[in-house]
Design a protein around this ligand. Structure first.
Ligand SMILES: Nc1ncnc2c1ncn2[C@@H]1O[C@H](COP(=O)(O)OP(=O)(O)OP(=O)(O)O)[C@@H](O)[C@H]1O
Ligand SMILES: [Mg+2]
Length: 324
């Protein structure tokens, strides 16, 4: 879908992006991760030509984007930034309907799409459509920014620290929505962040940059367990234990857990955990459990895995030993 080849950007004498290459397949979420000033935003902005590269090529669906009209290119790519970039004198409805209007959709279709998007992002259209950006909270603005970027259902979404300005609770909620809303879950996304947790939970692939150069590109698991150099290892080190627990899913340690058929007695102990739950999520949500208290995980329609915090941790270390 997207191919970036040997991309570089020089500002005066400074090399901001240095021979970066990556590919993003359809439906993939590539995270550009790195410290401040490592070139993440510059990389992203070259993809929709807000910045012109000094060197290199970018191909989108087999077409060289440097040979396309930049305005037309941008209408086909959703772009979400931390400050949302909403027009202050436009209502929510006008902001969300911006690109459809440029593309000359008819009014009825635009209204329908706008309402649908607000509903998808859990905002009541009746309440919010006629408001102006300053009449919204930061989190609501953020959602409208996302709605606007999704309006014409662009195949590619570029996001620059989209959840950066939010408090941890709103941020977690939006991140969760982001994974659960189907039209987002299937989208091809390139997202910039410096938050390692966000990178590991949302990314299918992480591209870790330092001083404009790729240090490693691969799955979150590869970067954590097979770091290619000292920089990569050090970058994750402060949060490593939690990140590893977040990457490990119940399915990974299933073989180490007890399995029981679902019965009417143990039905009461049902919890919202599934094979896809991360170990971190379970340990956090059961933090107040007594050590012997049972944690039930739905394995399939019939079967529950009954386990405990101790067993989960034991399973984790057994699994981890097979990863390195
Ligand atoms: N328009 C510009 N003119 C000159 N230098 C620039 C320009 N834009 C960015 N830079 C420089 O290029 C480097 C990379 O900037 P970039 O914005 O890509 O970093 P970043 O990784 O997104 O950082 P942050 O996490 O702080 O947003 C920085 O050193 C920055 O000062
Ligand atoms: Mg940036």
């Amino acid at each position: 879908m997207l191919q970036v080849k040997n991309l570089s950007k020089k500002f005066a004498n400074q090399v901001a992006v240095n021979a970066v290459s990556f590919e993003v397949q359809e439906g993939e979420k590539l995270i550009l991760l790195g410290t401040s000033g490592s070139g993440k935003s510059t990389c992203l902005k070259m993809i929709n030509r807000l910045i012109e590269p000094t060197e290199g090529e970018i191909w989108l669906n087999g077409q060289n984007i440097l040979q396309q009209n930049p305005e037309r290119l941008r209408r086909g790519i959703g772009y979400i930034i931390q400050s949302t970039g909403l027009f202050p004198h436009y209502t929510v409805a006008q902001n969300v309907g911006l690109v459809p209007t440029l593309l000359k959709w008819d009014k009825v279709k635009i209204n329908k799409r706008t309402e649908e998007l607000l509903e998808m992002l859990r905002l009541d259209a009746k309440i919010y459509l006629q408001r102006y950006p300053h009449e919204l909270s930061g989190g609501q603005r953020q959602r409208i920014g996302i709605a606007r970027a999704l309006a014409v259902n662009p195949p590619l979404l570029l996001m620059d620290e989209p959840f950066g300005a939010l408090d941890p609770i709103t941020r977690a909620q939006i991140q969760k929505d982001f994974q659960e809303i189907e039209s987002l879950a299937n989208k091809t996304i390139v997202m910039v962040t410096h938050d390692v947790f966000e990178a590991v939970s949302l990314g299918t692939k992480i591209c870790l940059l330092d001083a404009g150069k790729i240090q490693q590109i691969g799955s979150p698991k590869e970067l954590l367990f097979q770091p290619q150099n000292q920089f990569v290892e050090d970058f994750f080190q402060p949060a490593r234990f939690q990140l590893e627990l977040q990457i490990a899913k119940v399915a990974d340690i299933q073989v180490h857990l007890r399995t029981e058929k679902k019965t009417s007695e143990n039905l009461q102990s049902e919890q919202n955990f599934s094979l896809d739950s991360s170990l971190l999520e379970i340990l956090e949500q059961t933090a107040s459990h007594h050590s012997e208290q049972i944690i039930s995980v739905l394995a399939d329609a019939q079967q529950y895995l009954h386990t405990s915090r101790e067993e989960i941790l034991k399973g984790f270390y057994l699994w981890k030993a097979t990863q390195v």
